[in-house]
Ligand binder design. Structure first.
Ligand code: GLN
Length: 450
């Protein structure tokens, strides 16, 4: 059924870069046979799942939306896709993304322009735009994305689906192509909170192959999905005052405020909370993330991975020509910014300072969580914008990450839950943020709200 749906709408939406139709049909067939034989099947068995194309699957092309990885076929499996395969899920294909997950609209992909299923002239958000669009257009049941500074939550908001960025370290990054290693996290997209909770449970857990992976017991997240919020004591939700100021569209503001009232109506206690240093998140992020990216992307040297320029007659020229042809404009911009901010003489003024700001932002959150259980704010300042509208203005593109980035810097879990539509019928999203490892509270609240 899902393959037929892809057949019908993919031509318009372009969620996928690679569809594993034959493999998916064979896997589905096996599940059908089991059912016919009267065998019981596990929860995820036969469920069609889409994977963002920056997660490696053994023997399946993994491009990261980049020309430099055009011919790259990983010889190993990422931990998350391995877990899903073991659970019997049908991995349907690899979805489009901004090159190396750098962007907020999926327009930085070297291969395809993904359209927002709600209005094809608009972007799906990014960088996990392909996964968000595939879930919204019913081209899969659930999908995996990655979130470094908002890349699950912002496209979830633009496409009107649920998207969760887990606590840093909850989900293994083994086999995820690195962008900014201290921020990258894999997480689930779903059309419902329940689907999202099930997928999170399937991918979370300690992995010795990822040194930043946390040693924690993973609960069954679905046990928290109850129609009512706890009454005694009530859940306390803090509205982040600073996020309702400048730059926020009126329609988003009204919808999110309405949703917050609704959270009050279903039994949460709503208070105002100030996170004064929240607004320094964006400048700090756009120093830290490019710094880490410039180091991580040094591995694309035409020797170890993917593409190689064959005309170069010496080693240096091979590096230069391959990287000049292989990387797109945004990736080059980040490599240059990051190389600059890490260089001797500028390191203290930029990178070190940004790291100090990161600590202050973390402290703001820690202080807030002394008095509240959850925080709430808009996921993105606007609804989905038109394709091409921001491509010549990187700074305005970066502003789409205003409220998602501080959460990433602090390593906290957060999710997007749809909370209304603007006058043009485009989805609006609300971001719920929890303390470290309190995915249970996020899912519980989102489920009761939904
Ligand atoms: N839009 C942000 C960026 O361009 C976040 C991307 C992400 O989370 N991968 O860096």
């Amino acid at each position: 059924e899902t393959l037929a749906r892809i057949e019908a709408v993919e031509e318009k939406v372009h969620s996928y870069l690679h569809i594993l139709a034959t493999e998916a049909e064979a896997a589905a067939q096996k599940v059908d046979e089991k059912i016919a034989a009267g065998d019981s099947i596990a929860l995820l068995e036969g469920i069609p799942i889409a994977i963002k194309d920056n997660m490696c699957m053994k023997g399946v092309p993994t491009t990261c939306g980049s020309r430099i990885l055009e011919n790259f076929v990983p010889p190993y499996e990422s931990t998350v896709t391995g877990k899903l395969k073991t659970a019997g899920a049908v991995l349907l294909g690899k979805t489009n993304l901004d090159e190396f997950a750098m962007g907020s609209s999926t327009e930085n992909s070297a291969y395809a322009l993904t359209c927002n299923p709600w209005d094809l002239s608009r972007v799906p958000g990014g960088s996990s735009g392909g996964s968000a669009a595939a879930v919204a257009a019913e081209e899969c049941v659930v999908a995996l994305g990655s979130d470094t500074g908002g890349s699950i939550r912002q496209p979830a908001s633009f496409c009107g689906v649920v998207g969760l960025k887990p606590t840093y370290g909850l989900v293994s990054r083994f086999g995820l192509v690195a962008f900014a290693s201290s921020l990258d996290q894999i997480g689930p997209f779903g059309r419902t909170v329940e689907d999202t909770a099930i997928l999170l449970g399937a991918i979370a857990g300690h992995d010795p192959a990822d040194s930043t992976s946390l040693q924690v017991k993973i609960p069954d997240y679905t046990q928290y999905l109850t129609p009512e919020l706890p009454k005694n004591p009530k859940l306390k939700i803090g509205v982040i005052t600073e996020t309702f100021g400048e730059g926020l569209s009126d329609e988003v503001k009204t919808a999110v405020q309405g949703a917050i009232e609704q959270l009050g109506a279903i039994g949460a206690e709503i208070v105002e909370i100030s996170c004064p240093r929240f607004r320094y998140g964006l400048p700090a992020y756009y120093i830290i993330a490019p710094s880490e990216a410039s180091s991580n992307l040094a591995r694309y040297d035409a020797v170890r991975y993917g593409k190689r320029n064959e005309e170069a007659d010496n080693l240096l020229s091979m590096y230069q020509k391959t990287r000049a042809e292989g990387f797109g404009a945004e990736v080059k911009r980040r490599i240059m910014v990051g190389t600059y901010t890490l260089s001797a003489g500028y390191y203290d003024a930029y990178y070190l300072k940004a790291q100090k700001v990161r600590t202050l932002i973390k402290q703001d959150f820690e202080k807030a969580f002394e008095t509240v259980d959850l925080l709430v704010c808009p996921t993105a300042p606007t609804t989905a914008f038109k394709a091409g509208e921001k491509t010549d203005d990187p700074l305005s593109m970066y502003l789409s990450d205003l409220t998602t980035v501080p959460v990433s810097l602090a390593g906290l879990p957060a999710l997007n839950i749809p909370c209304g539509f603007d006058a043009q019928g485009l989805p609006i999203g609300m971001q719920l943020i929890a303390n470290v490892l309190r995915e249970d509270q996020l899912l519980q609240t989102a489920y009761a709200y939904e």
